[in-house]
Design a protein around this ligand. Sequence first.
Ligand SMILES: *[C@@H]1O[C@H](CO)[C@@H](O)[C@H](O)[C@H]1NC(C)=O
Ligand SMILES: *[C@@H]1O[C@H](CO)[C@@H](O)[C@H](O)[C@H]1NC(C)=O
Length: 209
Amino acid sequence: MLLRWHVLSSCLFIIWFYPGNTTCPSDCNCRIDDRGKRRVTCNKGGMIDPIPTYNMDPAMEVLDISAPDNDWNIFTVGSIFQDFKRLEEIHITRSNIIQIGMHAFWGVPSVRLLNMTYNNLTVVFDHNFRGLVNLVQLNLDDNAINRLPSGAFKHLSELRILTVQRNYISDLVPRLFLKLSKLQVLKMSGNPLQELDPEVFKDIPVSHL
Ligand SMILES: *[C@@H]1O[C@H](CO)[C@@H](O)[C@H](O)[C@H]1NC(C)=O
Ligand SMILES: *[C@@H]1O[C@H](CO)[C@@H](O)[C@H](O)[C@H]1NC(C)=O
């Protein structure tokens, strides 16, 4: 009886201290950053799908994926963030992303910053951003976006900063900025924009082009 209890308690001990929440994907670096945030950084480059979220700490707060200029990653972005309930910032840059999956960020309302600079997006849809109810900043610079549909950002009612610089957008459709009533900074330089219809901007309070 006593022996059994010992066996059982050492099993419990092992389970309790199993370092399931301190794993880190190989090729990434996991640490507490200068701001005290749990940060996972993967910036060696040359990584291919899937993004190794299965090895990441569920308490991760910042995910920063990038690559050197000559060795971009090849990633797709689908619904892979649901288990990360404290995630505040997602940077996935230099990763050849050509589209964002439908409802990719559903279930992670904690995200405040989404940075997808330096990818290969050609279009974004409203369903890409569904569920990002607390997003404050969205960076889509240096992609190949040629079309932003009407209401593309309508699920981002807390958005303050939107940057879509250096893409291929030639016109802004009516109601593009629908529901962006808190937007403070809009950066769209480096696009082949023709003439701007003031009507397009009636949904946002201030604009800095
Ligand atoms: C977004 O990612 C790019 C490329 O890694 C970086 O240069 C930029 O500072 C990031 N933006 C923000 C707001 O962190
Ligand atoms: C993505 O864009 C980069 C830089 O413009 C380019 O070198 C690369 O071939 C593109 N990748 C895809 C998958 O289109």
